[in-house]
Write a new protein. Structure first.
Length: 280
């Protein structure tokens, strides 16, 4: 709770105060300093108890918690729950999220018998697996796109070889060896790939830094929400720029580009000057 309040510069609510998420506040059509009533079923059958609160602040976590999260003082919540002076549970935020389960077991060992815990593997483990699968599929898709681009390089270089056969023949008559012609076309194809990959990397990095702002601008312009926390776990596009992935993709693209230039370069080196210059 402290991290949520710190992020939105909200003070910890006292008795009679309530913090509402933006989604709940909009749904209830309430604002700060307005009164709301929380109705909670009591022990008797069919009876309820009403607890008045004053909205002291509005926050947004931009996650699915916004659909149902309200924060009150620990003292008053414990009294409403019938456990005054007791804490029924607490939440830990860890730096190493993949070590959350081990940390949970370590905490349980220090508590009396009967306590348990739930980590994000239990609550969102399936979502994490789905994201990992999507990431692998996106990697395969990127590889196929790079492969298609490599075929485009082959087509472009083959067209260049066809259009410059006479020029290649003249260079051969001037003493240019087949190895030099191969190196010439390899250099040409590599330069094309290098500049293309450089532009792609730059546009990709810029897109990673600006995609969230762009989506927000489009949402405000069109008056619609692309990601709703009632359907998706978050309402924004998370970006995690990993330089290792950028380097891997750029390296694979460069290797495929060099391989794609080998056949056109060999085809150019096999040009026969006598046949090309026969009618010149």
């Amino acid at each position: 709770m402290g991290s949520v309040l710190d992020n939105y510069h909200l003070s910890v609510p006292t008795v009679g105060q309530l913090l509402l998420s933006e989604v709940l506040a909009e749904f209830l059509n309430v604002e700060v300093n307005q009164s709301v009533s929380v109705i909670i079923p009591s022990g008797s059958e069919g009876s309820t108890t009403v607890h008045p609160f004053t909205v002291s602040g509005i926050f947004a976590t931009h996650t699915e918690l916004d659909q149902s999260l309200a924060i009150a003082s620990l003292e008053q919540v414990a009294q409403i729950a019938g456990t005054p002076g007791q804490v029924l549970g607490f939440r830990l935020q860890v730096e190493d999220q993949f070590n959350a389960r081990n940390i949970g077991f370590d905490v349980i060992k220090q508590l009396p018998f009967g306590y348990g815990f739930r980590d994000w593997f239990q609550t969102h483990g399936n979502l994490y697996q789905a994201i990992q699968l999507s990431r692998n599929l996106v990697g395969l898709l990127i590889f196929l796109i790079v492969a298609i681009a490599a075929f485009n390089v082959i087509s472009m270089l083959m067209m260049s070889v066809m259009n410059k056969r006479k020029d290649i023949a003249i260079l051969q008559t001037l003493g240019l060896s087949q190895g030099s012609i191969v190196r010439l076309f390899l250099m040409q194809g590599s330069m094309i790939g290098f500049f293309g990959i450089s532009i792609g990397v730059i546009l990709g990095i810029v897109g990673c830094y600006w995609i969230a702002d762009l989506i927000g601008w489009l949402e405000s312009l069109l008056g619609m929400t692309f990601l709703d926390t009632s359907i998706y776990p978050i309402d924004y596009i998370p970006v995690d720029l990993r330089w290792g992935d950028v380097t891997t993709i750029a390296t694979v693209a460069l290797i495929l580009n060099v391989l794609a230039t080998i056949y056109p370069a060999l085809r150019a080196s096999r040009t026969v000057p006598a046949e090309e210059l026969r009618y010149e």
